[in-house]
Unconditional design. Structure first.
Length: 70
């Protein structure tokens, strides 16, 4: 099996993991009632951006490891 045949699984894992992180942030926003809406929006955008950027290497390595495992 060549590299081209294995790439879609890796991309699918990246999309699913990004969607899972986005879902977590959506649930947090739905079930919390902040006192200052603007401050909460800025905080959520900042924390989400940092979370996505910091977890990229981990998510990529997990995607590649799972791709080789299966």
């Amino acid at each position: 099996m060549g590299i081209r045949e294995r790439e879609p699984d890796t991309y699918l894992f990246m999309y699913v993991s990004t969607a899972a992180i986005t879902g977590i942030f959506l649930l947090l926003m739905l079930f919390s009632r902040p006192a200052h809406i603007l401050l909460a929006q800025i905080l959520v955008v900042g924390v989400a951006a940092v979370t996505f950027i910091v977890t990229i290497p981990l998510r990529k390595s997990l995607a590649i490891a799972l791709d080789y495992l299966f």
